[in-house]
Design a protein around this ligand. Structure first.
Ligand SMILES: Nc1ncnc2c1ncn2[C@@H]1O[C@H](COP(=O)(O)OP(=O)(O)OP(=O)(O)O)[C@@H](O)[C@H]1O
Length: 357
């Protein structure tokens, strides 16, 4: 779905990184895949309300247009420098505790990562043939998944409107292409090549050829983030095996971690979220400040930029780069538990947890 590359009216204004000098330096450059600066910035140009407004059409954009991407990444990812290294850690055993151990506040937990295949264009620069290749490679791999991960692929092409709407309403499927991805060129040939894979229980899902070639998702009711993470990691490994068996690999490097079309997702590409009932905390004037302090991102429950419904919020880790997956899931677990403690304190007229004071 849309991400921080796309809009936010609430986000503070960011400095302008596309200066005249940077523009002059980069305007005639072109990646080996044929992607230009003009295409990378098109979404931001068309949509002045973009949060970042910059997309990569291939992995090489991050080096060919380095002076612009580096500046945006440093700004967005809290001072992350071109010399910094990103380290991944997918060891679920290291997670401590669970979200909402009493089971009173959290409705569901979901963790997603993005993955793209090296050598095949990222969504804004993916040709029709490449998109078909991604779909074919990924769905062949998914068909080999075993046990609780096994499931079926449902292409968007040919899916009834009623089924599509139901999958979106049930929080399983991405919405129809938005104006930010449209301007970025990521919605070309829609809906061809796009689709969703899910297991029978709809606890393991893969979105194919949306904002990234793959969004790999694990979700379930309740707050057992460890179980959700563990399933996700098994899913990622199984898919990676299939990608390798096809003679390909995920786009990845030591500096940017996993490469994504939106620079805000580089690193882990991970968003670990809960849908959690926090009517008092959510209505508190300090809610956004508390989320920022706990390094959480609040959203409404129908995806980014939707509003809260009945005091239920989508809370997730805000950072993606420079911290490992384990660290980010732990940030979400600890932060949400602090807000749950605040919800109880507000209901009982007791002092707020020390982390929020
Ligand atoms: N913890 C959760 N439980 C149930 N559904 C969830 C949860 N977190 C997110 N969702 C649902 O997943 C769908 C996609 O959400 P959303 O677009 O906000 O995020 P995303 O998939 O992480 O991608 P992006 O950040 O690129 O927008 C929405 O329907 C949303 O309600």
């Amino acid at each position: 779905m849309v991400d921080e590359c796309s809009p936010s009216s609430t986000r503070p204004a960011r400095p302008l990184h596309l200066t005249v000098d940077v523009y002059e330096q980069l305007k005639d450059k072109i990646t080996p895949n044929g992607f230009t600066l003009e295409r990378a910035i098109q979404s931001g140009v068309d949509n002045p309300d973009s949060g970042v407004g910059l997309y990569a059409g291939d992995e090489e954009c991050y080096s060919v247009f380095g002076p612009l991407f580096d500046a945006v990444i440093e700004d967005y990812h809290g001072g992350y420098k071109p010399s910094d290294k990103h380290v991944s850690d997918l060891d679920a055993a290291k997670l401590k505790g669970t979200v909402d151990p009493e089971g009173k506040y959290v409705l569901s937990t979901r963790i997603r990562v993005g993955r793209n295949i090296r050598g095949l264009g990222l969504s804004p620069g993916c040709s029709r043939a490449q998109r078909r290749e991604v779909e074919s490679l990924v769905t062949k791999g998914l068909a080999n998944l075993k046990g609780d991960l096994a499931g079926k692929y449902f292409p968007l092409n040919g899916m009834s409107e009623a089924d599509r709407k139901q999958l979106v309403a049930d929080h399983f499927l991405f919405k129809k292409g938005d104006r930010f991805l449209e301007s970025a060129g990521a919605n070309r040939d829609w809906p061809e090549g796009r689709g969703i894979f899910h297991n029978n229980e709809k606890t393991f899902l893969v979105w194919v050829n949306e904002e990234d070639q793959m969004r790999i998702i694990s979700m379930q009711s309740g707050g057992d983030a460890k179980q959700v993470f563990e399933r996700l990691v098994r899913g990622i490994s199984a898919i990676e095996e299939q990608v390798k068996a096809a003679g390909r690999e995920f786009a990845h490097n030591d500096h940017l971690g996993y490469i994504h079309s939106c620079p805000t997702n580089c690193g882990t590409g991970m968003r670990a979220s809960v849908h959690v009932q926090l009517p008092k905390v959510g209505a508190h004037p300090n809610f956004k400040k508390w989320c920022a302090k706990l390094r959480l991102q609040p959203r409404g429950i129908h995806g980014e930029h939707s509003e809260s419904d009945g005091g239920v919020y989508d809370l997730s880790n805000k950072e993606r780069l420079g911290k490992s997956e384990v660290q980010l899931v732990q940030t979400m677990i600890d932060g949400v538990n602090t807000l749950i403690a605040a919800e109880k304190a507000l209901a009982e007229g007791k002092p707020l947890p020390s982390e929020l004071q």
